[in-house]
Design a protein around this ligand. Structure first.
Ligand code: ZN
Length: 251
C-alpha cells in the first residue's frame, strides 16, 4: 500500500514550479506601461509633425496667393499707366489699393504661420526627445525582463529535473492519480490536508472536517480512513488527494 507521504516532496516541487511559471507568465505584462508610454510619445510626435506639415502647406498656399496678387497689381498698374483719362487712372488706383490691402492681410497671416511653424518646431524637438527617452527606457526594461525570464526558465528546468527524480521514487499508480489531479488544477496543488472548519449556524458554531483545498466537508468515516492511512481518498468535490496533517496542524 503506497503512502501519500511519498507525494509530499513532489507536491512541494510542483507548487514551486507552478509559482515560478506564474511569475514567468506575468513578465511580459510588466512591460506594458512602458510600451504604452512609448506609443503615446510617438503619437504626440506624429501629432506635432502633422501640425507642422499642415501649417507649411497653408503657408505655401498663402505665398502663392501673394504672388498672384502681386502679378495682378503689376498688370493693373500697367493698365493704369496707359489710361487716357484721369478718372480712369483713379479707378485703377482704387482697385490696386484694394488688392494691396488684401495682400497685406495675407502677408500678416503668413507671418503668424511662420511663427507657429517655429514654435511647433521647438515642440517637435521636445516630443522627439521624449520618444528617445521612452524608447531607451523600454529597451533597458525589455533586456532586464528577458534576463529575468531566462533566470526563471533556468530555475523551472532545474526543478523539472528534480521532479523527475522524485517522481521516479513514487508508486506509478499513485503518481498517475496525482498527475491527473495536478493537470486540472490551476494552482499547482493536487494534495489537500483535512482541516477543521467552523461554520456559524442558528444552533451556534458547528465544527466539521473538510478538505483544505476546497473546504467541502469530509465524512468522519473518510477522515478515519485518511487518518489511519488505510486508503488514499480523493476529495469528493475538488478531487485533490486527502492527507492527514502532522499533529498540531489540523486546525
Ligand atoms: Zn476538496
Amino acid at each position: 500500500m503506497p503512502k501519500i507521504e511519498a507525494l509530499m516532496p513532489l507536491q512541494q516541487v510542483d507548487q514551486e514550479i507552478h509559482r515560478l511559471r506564474m511569475q514567468r507568465d506575468e513578465k511580459p505584462r510588466a512591460l506594458a506601461p512602458l510600451e504604452a508610454r512609448l506609443a503615446r510619445a510617438k503619437e504626440n510626435l506624429e501629432g506635432v509633425r502633422a501640425e507642422i506639415k499642415a501649417l507649411k502647406l497653408e503657408g505655401q498656399k498663402r505665398e502663392h496667393s501673394v504672388k498672384e496678387l502681386e502679378d495682378k497689381i503689376q498688370k493693373l498698374q500697367a493698365q493704369a499707366n496707359m489710361a487716357r483719362k484721369n478718372d480712369e487712372y483713379q479707378a485703377f488706383q482704387k482697385e490696386i489699393s484694394g488688392i494691396k490691402a488684401d495682400k497685406q492681410r495675407i502677408e500678416d497671416g503668413l507671418l503668424d504661420i511662420y511663427m507657429q511653424v517655429d514654435e511647433k518646431g521647438k515642440l517637435e524637438k521636445v516630443r522627439d526627445s521624449e520618444v528617445k527617452a521612452a524608447d531607451g527606457e523600454c529597451a533597458i526594461a525589455r533586456k532586464q525582463n528577458e534576463a529575468e525570464i531566462a533566470e526563471l526558465d533556468r530555475k523551472i528546468s532545474e526543478l523539472a529535473a528534480r521532479r523527475e527524480e522524485l517522481a521516479g521514487a513514487v508508486d506509478r499508480e499513485l503518481l498517475a492519480r496525482y498527475d491527473r489531479v495536478l493537470r486540472v488544477k490551476d494552482d499547482g496543488v493536487a494534495l489537500a490536508p483535512i482541516v477543521i472548519y467552523e461554520s456559524i449556524e442558528d444552533e451556534g458554531v458547528r465544527k466539521y472536517w473538510g478538505c483544505g483545498g476546497c473546504s467541502v466537508g469530509v465524512t468522519s468515516q473518510d477522515v478515519n480512513e485518511v487518518r489511519r492511512a488505510k486508503d488514499i481518498l480523493s476529495c469528493r468535490s475538488c478531487s485533490r488527494l486527502l492527507y492527514w496533517p502532522e499533529e498540531g496542524k489540523a486546525s
